[in-house]
Design a protein around this ligand. Structure first.
Ligand code: COA
Ligand code: MG
Length: 302
């Protein structure tokens, strides 16, 4: 399989869904009120694109935003480009109209920001059903103190097929300070990754607002991938290519994984489980990671 995410261990907390999790190395946002930007999104190579009716659409243009979303999503959807609409948060005055008027059958899912409880997720599912979108999955935004603290419960809702961590809203809710070092979000970022793992859904990492800074973006991709993230939210086309490349193991990693497994399996056949390999101790968990690396590139270890 060619999915970017490492193969999962078998102890899932929910029954395996018949639908494979979406492949979302990159999820590109653009404001619902900027049709000229929206039109450029499919050509960026993003795995998913989001027509944003929330933060990127001002309060006085919410009606225009949701009308654009409903009208333009079918034009933007195509093979290899999953289209999402981000509605406003459940408690907001716009949520009901967004669900009733902003969605359409062309969508791969609906992005719900600032999701905070299992009950709220249930209300989203009910609203989608009532609006005639019974099959539409939810991509959950965890980006408030409560949403992050209760991430495991929220992602337990079966309608959720992916989630993201939003650093800017989270730190705003905390009354903290955002820094380039990301120390202030490490706990929350880790918590959301853990919740995604337990729910069996891919998680997408925070936005890099400094969109001309490729080095910062690449560093965040490495950190996010190390924590178990499957992809990254993007706000600019140049971030898409960096995310698509960064969430797949490099050729070097694949070569190293192959060598490691060859040495490990040769030793295992001799009844040895811990070996010295290129200066490091290798045992089963390192072999498991190597197998995941090969699987993430669609290569079998044996
Ligand atoms: N989607 C598609 N195309 C985009 C894009 C996006 N999100 N952001 C920029 N582009 C296009 C521009 O239109 C421009 O196209 P051109 O070469 O045909 O002129 C090209 O990419 C380069 O853009 P650039 O000039 O570097 O950026 P900008 O100043 O036009 O826009 C932002 C910068 C931040 C305003 C814009 O990227 C944006 O609105 N991003 C999304 C913000 C958002 O949705 N936030 C909410 C979610 S967190
Ligand atoms: Mg936000």
């Amino acid at each position: 399989m060619s999915h970017a995410r490492p193969t999962r261990p078998t102890h899932q907390t929910r029954p395996a869904s018949p639908d494979a999790p979406p492949r979302l190395r990159s999820l590109l946002f653009a404001p619902a009120v900027r049709p000229e930007l929206l039109a450029k999104m499919p050509a960026t190579g993003a795995d998913g694109i989001v027509i944003d009716c929330e933060d990127a659409t001002p309060p006085n243009a919410k009606a225009e935003g949701r009308a654009n979303a409903a009208r333009l999503a079918p034009e933007l959807a195509g093979p290899g480009c999953a289209v999402y609409v981000r509605v406003n948060a459940v408690p907001s005055e716009w949520f009901a109209d967004d669900v009733a008027q902003g969605l359409c059958d062309a969508l791969a899912g609906v992005v719900v920001p600032k999701l905070e409880s299992l009950d709220q997720a249930g209300r989203v599912a009910d609203a989608l059903d009532a609006a005639g979108h019974a099959a539409l999955p939810i991509l959950a935004g965890l980006e408030t103190a409560l949403g992050v603290a209760d991430a495991r419960a929220v992602l337990g809702h079966p309608r959720i097929h992916a989630a993201y961590f939003g650093a800017e809203d989270f730190i705003a809710d905390m009354g903290g300070v955002r820094t380039a070092q990301n120390q202030e979000v490490l706990y929350a970022r880790s918590q959301v990754a853990l919740a995604g793992r337990l729910a069996g859904v891919p998680v997408l990492d925070q936005v890099v607002t400094d969109f001309r800074n490729d080095l910062a973006f690449e560093a965040e991709v490495r950190d996010a991938r190390a924590l178990g993230y499957a992809g990254k939210l993007c706000i600019h086309p140049k971030q898409v290519a960096l995310a698509n490349a960064g969430f797949v193991p490099s050729d070097e990693e694949v070569e190293q994984a192959r060598r490691l497994l060859a040495a490990y399996e040769e030793a295992s056949a001799r009844g040895v489980a811990a070996i010295s390999f290129e200066g490091q101790m290798v045992d089963e968990p390192l072999a498991a990671r190597a197998r995941q690396t090969l699987a993430a590139r669609g290569e079998e270890s044996r």
